[in-house]
Write a new protein. Sequence first.
Length: 534
Amino acid sequence: MLWPLNGSAEMPGIGSANSFFLSFRTRFRARVDILSFRCATSEQGGRTWAREVLENLSPLKSRAREISFFLESLDVRLYSSTVDKLRKEGTRHTMSCFILVLLLLVVVAVCAKQEVPLFTLTHTFAPHPTVHPSVSGLLSIDIVSNSTLLNAWLLSVKGKDANGHVYTASLASPKKFSQGGSLKLPLLGLAAGQRHRLTIAVEARFLMSSSSSARARKSIEIRIQPERASEIPIITTLVADTKHMAPGWTWWSNFAAGNNSHWAGSLMTDERGTTRWIADCASIFKSWWPRILTPSYGCATTGTQSKLLSGNLLIMFTIENGMVEKTGLTGLVELAPNGTTLHCWVATRGMPKWQVDMIPASPAPVNGTRGRTVTVAQLDAYVINHDVQELPNGNWMVIAFQVKSVQCPRWGKYSGRNVTGNEVIEFTPYANTTTSREVTATGTIVKRFSLFDALDACQTYALNLEQQPPLEWLHLNSVDVHNCLGEHAELNELIVSSFYLGWIVAVRYRDDDDGVSGSLKWIMVRTFSVFSVM
């Protein structure tokens, strides 16, 4: 009996087979396949005979245990229909089979004794090039293969930090190379300043079989050193009743609101208050828009952020204290959950030319990557702020400032002055490119809702007109679409809130029998004892 080596064997352990044997397998595969037809016998008899060969060949007896896995895993091709033919042809083919089996066993024994590994691996751990380095890193596994038959590689990592959190990560698909190469795997959500014990598992698949593989494991310890640790807020957890907590992490932001000398960023913390995810201007822009990080520009993420239906994250940013002084660029960036920047929208209306000119052309190449880009769109809006909504129709809605000259005889010499109000803008965030199915950012305006059309600034501007610069009229904080695009769309109410007036206002989202889109429907107000205009 002879079992042909057809690639169905699984090589257990750390490189427990040998490239010399594998080369031998390739060289004799055709011969083995031919002889298997001539040397066939019944399945049970063949297995019994093969085991007797192993047990009785005294030079190999000491190696029987080491190579016994071949009997269990190799595909034994037995063809009982050829037994009669084998008997008729005499002993010539029988001896050929015996000699070849003996030769195979000798090779296996020699390989087992030499213990030459199929492959070796080394690792490095470095800061991630495009994700915040305080809570992430890039694990690189360099592999040297001793066999040309290993051509597809998988990598997985499992570990635990000092708080008992379990980490798992793996490559989404095998990477192809033969003699040697590198596997790179980003590790995210790591606890800054803590030690992490990780087990690296590498699986190599054989060229001739998708089910055959060799495996290796390696244990390492890493520690993440927080970047700019003095700037990132330290959170002290007073109570952590995990039984009554909702699952997941808490996503929040640190925004200095006018004092950009302080660090600003978006953070996620776990149930113990440990920071596990960070995005700030440096991690968002350093690889594709480094100019915006000029220290004098004071780039900062703001308190406006939301999770999209796709699972991606949307964060608002500003420079030159734009949300307060209204003299700097503002915009939105879309990040993948791992912190990688995908798209960017920049509000450009009323901005200085030098700021608009420094916006990268789209698509902007990402340094340190192979062809990855960020698509960039300009949005015709004046300083977006405070709220962004993903609508059921796929569009987005943002709040922006709006400046108009207001004629008001009651204001005397101040009649005709510019008043800063707000508008709500609905726009299309994405468009498909003409050359591919990839999504790119766009800023096509669909609708504008000006609060100057719904309210009379002359009658409702309740602040000191002599103040310079003049304060805002409304300062909208939020927008709600449930009564115009949600479950109560028949009400046709786009609802906004004004911080300075303390009012909640509903305007028509679309034309109806009682008015046009953008006109007033109702107001929920606080009362004033005196409506001061001076």
